[in-house]
Design a protein around this ligand. Structure first.
Ligand code: HEM
Ligand SMILES: [Cu+2]
Length: 545
């Protein structure tokens, strides 16, 4: 065993992607997928903090029944900007743009993505989009909700709709290019022997999400352009006075935005497959089913948008079809959950930090998914639509599912990214704090919604206060939980013990190279001769950190 001092020196001495070049220029002009992943990591962390700040303001206002901290107008802006920041600038890029960018080339034995310059351009587009969104915030904000429903967004709102929408449009192209890059990379650049059914499930999941990015995001782009044209020139697409239809907007918006929820969750599901197999030392039960279920989710996800419009006045016939289809899309999600659970069965499970996040994901995603089924049932949805029940449902999936997967993955691959271990005790503690804080924040919202508290109100009757206070208290615990990793991960970058190439003794090509990896990943193109997750015996996982 070497001491921390000498190991620190050894990381410094070896050439790797982090010390290959110094200076801001070498980062801003890099085409190395690993450095671009870190650029995304920093920017989405920033947007997450900004979105989090707005969340704190929301929960502060809702501490008391009276709308006493801010006006209703300000409140509308606060929840809108919370939604826009979180959905378009954090959740959608989170796993694919950071972990996906970092890992996909290494996992398939490639030196980089197929289009490294396009990859850098995607990050710039993302940042320019973010700047427009922030411009709309600092020049007065926007109050339409992240869904931009017409006719409010096109006609009545006096806020910064156009710059915010333009920001989302530009960020959308970043997402399209990333998806395109991943698809071409997975098709063309797999190492010899790496057949489709030897691919890590993380790659499958990102591949499926990429299909949605490429096929769905252009619809959002067109929709935004139409909103812009309508607002600026009153051309009569959405305005009934001019022969338009405001409901058309909802069709176009949800045709993208329902599939988009799978852009968010699929990559996290991919992380789950990696974590669960690594920490139970087994191949994922039903590998082929888990792989195909990603693609099935991507395809079926395009058929269910109407479940967001049950109360919009669509025909009962249409509502029934969308209801049935919504149940169908739950099947491939459930297949994954069952197969992960079956993998744990008789596995040699070790409870290290990434695995704690995986367990968190399993529980919270299951609750989110099951309540999605409640909502897909017409009679129940009419009762709870636009209440806190819906808010709780999508936070269980998006905060409980997506962020748990993201943080679990970030911890799992942190030693690979930085070459250093994080402090295991602190990491376990924060996983626990996040899990508890999360449930205290969002579980009461199911009850609130069921009792009839509408979403997007800044004041409420007194009988709802106890549950709201619980929720606000939970939110502050959750905030602490999210801040902790920020500190100890940064700390570990300098002071963490050296990790070595494979601290978790995991399978997969990314673990076969040094940590941090050299700029070109592989000296020689690897030749793959075994299936993914070839954990032959159920051995104990070595404890890292
Ligand atoms: C298991 C499959 C799922 C089903 C059957 C389902 C069903 C539904 C339904 C019917 C609604 C509309 C409720 C209403 O407005 O009255 C809804 C809302 C929502 N769901 Fe899901 N859901 C599922 C999974 C997901 C996933 C994976 C995500 C995100 C990653 C998600 C995010 C959302 C969001 C953001 C909304 C609210 C949109 C809004 O009105 O602002 N859902 N879900
Ligand atoms: Cu949906």
């Amino acid at each position: 065993m070497s001491t921390a001092v000498t190991t620190a020196e050894s990381i410094h001495r070896r050439r790797h992607y982090l010390n290959a070049d110094y200076g801001i220029r070498s980062w801003l002009l890099t085409t190395d997928h690993k450095r671009i992943a870190l650029l995304y990591l920093f920017s989405i962390t920033f947007f997450f903090a900004l979105g989090g700040l707005f969340a704190v303001l929301i929960r502060l206002e809702l501490l008391t029944p009276a709308g006493d901290m801010m006006t209703s107008d300000t409140y509308n802006k606060v929840f809108t900007m919370h939604g826009i920041m979180m959905v378009f600038f954090f959740l959608i890029p989170s796993v694919p743009a950071t972990l996906g960018n970092f890992l996909i080339p290494m996992m398939i034995g490639a030196r980089d993505l197929a289009f490294p310059k396009l990859n850098l351009a995607s990050w710039y587009l993302f940042m320019v989009g973010g700047m427009f969104a922030m411009y709309s915030v600092v020049t007065g904000g926007i109050d339409t909700g992240w869904t931009f429903y017409t006719p409010f967004s096109t006609t009545y709102s006096n806020t910064k709709v156009i710059p915010a929408a333009l920001g989302i449009l530009i960020a959308g192209f970043s997402s399209i290019f990333t998806g395109l890059n991943f698809i071409v990379t997975v098709h063309r650049m797999r190492a010899p022997g790496l057949t489709w059914f030897r691919l890590p499930l993380f790659v499958w999941a990102n591949y499926a999400a990429s299909l949605i990015m490429v096929l769905g995001t252009p619809v959002l782009a067109i929709t935004i352009v139409l909103v812009f044209l309508e607002r600026a020139f009153h051309i009569g697409i959405f305005d009934p006075r001019l022969g338009g239809d405001p409901i058309l907007f909802q069709h176009l918006f949800w045709f993208y935005s329902h599939p988009a929820v799978y852009i968010m969750i699929l990559p996290s599901m991919g992380v789950m497959s990696e974590l669960i197999s690594a920490f139970s030392r087994k191949r994922i039960f039903g590998y082929t089913f888990v792989a195909f279920s990603s693609v099935a989710i991507a395809v079926f996800g395009f058929l269910v948008w109407g479940h967001h419009m049950f109360v919009s006045g669509q025909s009962v016939y249409a509502a029934m079809v969308f209801s049935i289809l919504s149940y169908l899309v739950a099947i491939p999600s459930a297949v994954k959950v069952f197969n992960w659970t079956a993998t744990l069965y008789k596995g040699s499970v070790s409870y290290q930090t990434p695995m704690l996040y995986a367990f968190g994901f399993l529980g919270l995603f299951t609750i989110g998914g099951l309540t999605g089924l409640f909502l897909a049932a017409l009679g129940v949805d009419v009762h709870v639509t636009d209440t806190y029940f819906v808010v709780a449902h999508f936070h269980y999936i998006m905060v409980g599912g997506v962020i748990m997967g993201y943080l679990g993955g970030l911890h799992f691959w942190w030693p690979k990214i930085t070459g250093r271990l994080y402090p295991e005790g602190w990491a376990k503690l924060s996983a626990l704090v996040i899990f508890l804080g999360f449930n205290l924040t969002f579980f009461p919202q199911f009850v609130l919604g069921y009792l009839g508290m509408p979403r997007r109100y800044h004041a409420y009757p007194e009988e709802f206060q106890v549950l709201n206070v619980m929720s606000s208290a939970g939110a502050s615990i959750l905030a602490v939980g999210y801040l902790l990793p920020l500190f100890y991960l940064l700390w570990s970058m300098r002071y963490g013990p050296e990790a070595g190439p494979n601290p978790f003794d995991a399978r997969g090509l990314e673990w076969q190279m040094a940590s941090p990896p050299p700029t070109h990943n592989f000296e020689q193109v690897p030749i793959v001769s075994e299936e993914a997750y070839a954990y032959h015996t159920a051995q104990e996982v070595p404890v890292a950190g």
